[in-house]
Ligand binder design. Structure first.
Ligand code: GDP
Length: 456
């Protein structure tokens, strides 16, 4: 593969991923999810290094089959941790996959049969009512297909026998996926809105109160529109002349509300909403401090790659000590969101909520911003001259070229002679931010390693 084709393959997929339908691959460790994904891709991929710590162990790849394209997401297997039950371990993986998915591809091991975890996962998949396909992997010959009957017990319909290793019948599985693939998942911005906004946070931090305040403001113009997923209702709100789509607001509007809603479904909803959003309003209860559940929601924002504004809510209620504790918590526990601007508000009294429209405008401008290749290359040359990458053995890795192929969020591709150390990637991230700001948007960074001629 030449360097040129490597580049163009990456660039097209990167620019397309945002609006593609998503097939989430779910299953126990070692059932062959990765091999199946590789089989779908049908080729070896270039090494791509990502900024560490920003995304979790999750593989996303663009798959073309026939005239359709989708994003296959392998959310990783669940870990069997000693302190958590099987049900808990399965649930935490399934909620991510189900939240993201347009279609769930559930993979089990034909050599092992149905395990307790498989049974647990299929219950969750069934309850989600998302379209699902059951693939029975490691079925290497037609003799073994005869034994598939027992897999009907999972309730997910006819099992598809495949062998990811040999490629056996993986084409049939792809045909079946394509047949139920929805049209492009996201809604086009045909309704005059400039951005999709998700209000997220753990239960009781004041999301509904904030939403209803925005809706109730006499300056707001409000109307509903059907969302793209089942039961989702989006609300279009005009804030100071700019129209936003607040996604998946059904739960926030209901009067007698979600106290019956389990933490599990509230997370699935949040992941779904974030997937469609451009910007997240992360609501935190300033009277309660930052807790682990806030951190979890924040991680979903990072994974979704949306812009973000942190709202320290219930400012009216919080005592000075509580306010200080919350602000410290923000620095300690949400340091990975330090690029997000923060606003101290009271959704109840409306205090400072009127600053939100301007902040939204500012943050979205950064999220959509593009830097020219020439400027980037110059910036990185200067940065490397000031602070070269440390020697790695007898070589010194060097970034030779950089470009921003995509915005929303900004993605930077660095073409480097060797792998870069995580610390150096962070240095590059800081350098870009101190030159350009990018306040309120995450930055994605990818390194393409391409060894050049040996230096003389
Ligand atoms: P949600 O679960 O995140 O949607 O939270 P709610 O909007 O239902 O709010 C939970 C509780 O906190 C309700 O009793 C609200 O009245 C209260 N609340 C929400 N925002 C504020 C605020 O800014 N100040 C005060 N004092 N209470 C608030």
């Amino acid at each position: 593969m030449t360097e040129e084709t490597t580049r163009s393959a990456i660039f097209t997929s990167e620019s397309q991923t945002a609006k593609l339908p998503i097939v989430a691959i779910v299953g126990r460790p070692n059932v062959g999810k990765s091999s199946l994904l590789n089989r779908f891709l049908g080729r070896r991929e270039a090494i791509v290094q990502e900024l560490p710590g920003v995304t979790r162990d999750r593989r996303e790849r663009v798959v073309d089959w026939g005239d359709r394209t989708f994003l296959a997401v392998d959310t990783g297997g669940w870990e069997a941790r000693p302190e958590s039950s099987i049900a808990e371990a399965v649930r935490s993986q399934a909620e991510r996959a189900i939240g993201l998915a347009d279609i769930v591809l559930f993979v089990v091991d034909g050599k092992v049969g149905i395990t307790a975890e498989d049974a647990e996962a299929s219950k969750l998949i069934l309850a989600s009512k998302k379209p699902a396909l059951l693939a029975v992997n490691k079925v290497d010959n037609s003799g073994e297909e005869a034994d598939l009957g027992s897999f009907h017990r999972l309730g997910l319909g006819n099992p598809f026998p495949v062998s990811a290793l040999h490629g056996r019948r993986s084409g049939d599985l792809l045909d079946a996926l394509i047949a139920i693939l929805p049209e492009t998942a996201a809604q086009a911005d045909e309704d005059g809105t400039v951005a999709d906004v998700a209000i997220v946070g753990r239960p009781n931090v004041g999301k509904s109160t904030l939403f209803n305040r925005l809706v109730g403001d006499p300056r707001s113009i409000v109307h509903d529109s059907p969302g793209t997923t089942r039961d989702a209702v989006d609300t279009l709100i005009d804030l100071e002349g700019t129209s936003y789509r607040f996604v998946d607001t059904a739960g926030l509007r209901r009067r007698a509300r979600v106290d019956d809603e389990t933490e599990y479904y509230s997370r699935v909803r949040a992941i779904e909403a974030l997937r469609r959003a451009d910007v997240a309003l992360l609501v935190i209860d300033a009277s309660a401090g930052v807790v682990a559940a806030d951190q979890k929601v924040a991680t979903e924002i990072i994974d979704a790659g949306t812009a973000c504004i942190v709202l320290l809510n219930k400012w009216d209620l919080a005592t000075p000590e509580e306010r200080a504790t919350t602000e410290e918590g923000l620095e300690d526990m949400l340091a990975f969101l330090d690029w997000a601007p923060m606003l101290r508000v009271s959704a109840l009294t409306g205090q400072r909520v009127q600053r939100l429209p301007d902040l939204l405008t500012a943050v979205l401008a950064q999220y959509r911003r593009r830097v020219s290749t020439a400027d980037l290359v110059r910036l990185l040359e200067a940065a490397q001259a000031r602070h070269p990458h440390p020697m790695a053995g007898r070589r010194r890795p060097r970034v030779r070229y950089a470009t921003q192929p995509r915005a929303e969020p900004p993605l930077f591709m660095l073409f480097s002679t060797h792998r870069l150390m995580p610390d150096y990637l962070r240095y590059v991230d800081r350098t870009i931010r101190s030159a350009y700001g990018f306040k309120g948007t995450p930055l994605r960074m990818k390194v393409q390693v391409k060894a050049g001629k040996p230096s003389r």
